[in-house]
Ligand binder design. Structure first.
Ligand code: ATP
Length: 197
């Protein structure tokens, strides 16, 4: 089975994440996509973090109603920084028959060479990069230095959605609307728990 893995902070999940997962699945013929919320991200400071349990609940709400999407809690359950390579190793060990594809936005692909063991990541999984902000040539240039990466990477197009989690949090803080930028069930939990105020 071909399984996609979309890692992120998902603070909160929004339509950009969902469309990214969907387009990767449709374009690359993946059977399902796992949203992989990070525990302690090594690559970025987690702003206004409501905590792993809440981010997991937000992700579960974002996946509800789409049978091709589910949440993988591996990184939330692990202590210390969440390195993608460790997670892929664990996923691979648990279900060696699955062919893994790690999905990432173009902006994240530009930093990929600096991740822990990028060569091992592309050995464990194919890469699927959404053309977001970064163009194909720029993505290729960033991956050129990682042995084996280019041959194992697909760049897929997706409608440009300029939404980000920071944008959503900023709107909540300012009392602005977030409906249609996040799934209703996500918006409801943000409101009910008073997140990001
Ligand atoms: P923040 O605004 O807090 O930095 P973010 O919106 O970029 O967060 P992340 O959870 O860090 O969200 O992103 C997870 C993955 O989803 C990354 O690979 C990122 O590139 C991708 N992604 C996020 N938003 C979009 C979008 N609007 N379109 C395409 N890909 C996206």
């Amino acid at each position: 089975m071909r399984v996609g893995v979309l890692g992120g902070t998902f603070n909160p999940p929004h339509i950009g994440h969902l469309v990214c997962a969907q387009e990767a699945r449709a374009t690359l013929g993946l059977e399902r996509v796992l949203l992989l919320p990070t525990g302690v991200p090594p690559h970025k400071e987690l702003a206004e973090d409501p905590g792993p349990a809440v981010r997991r609940a937000l992700c579960e709400r974002a996946c509800a109603g789409d049978s091709a999407l589910s949440v993988c809690p591996l990184e939330l359950e692990r202590r210390g920084p969440s390195y993608t390579v460790d997670t892929l190793r664990e996923l691979h060990a648990r279900e060696p028959e699955h062919e893994l594809t790690f999905i990432l936005g173009g902006d994240m692909a530009l930093t990929f060479g600096g991740w822990r063991e990028p060569g091992e990541i592309v050995r464990l999984a194919r890469l699927a990069v959404a053309e977001r902000e970064a163009a194909r040539e720029e993505i290729a240039r960033a991956l050129r230095d990682v042995p084996g990466a280019l041959e194992r990477t697909d760049v897929f197009p997706m409608p440009r959605l300029e939404v980000s989690s920071s944008e959503v949090r900023g709107r909540v803080r300012a009392g602005g609307p977030i409906r249609h930028l996040v799934p209703d069930a996500v918006g409801e939990l943000i409101a009910a728990a008073g997140l990001y105020r």
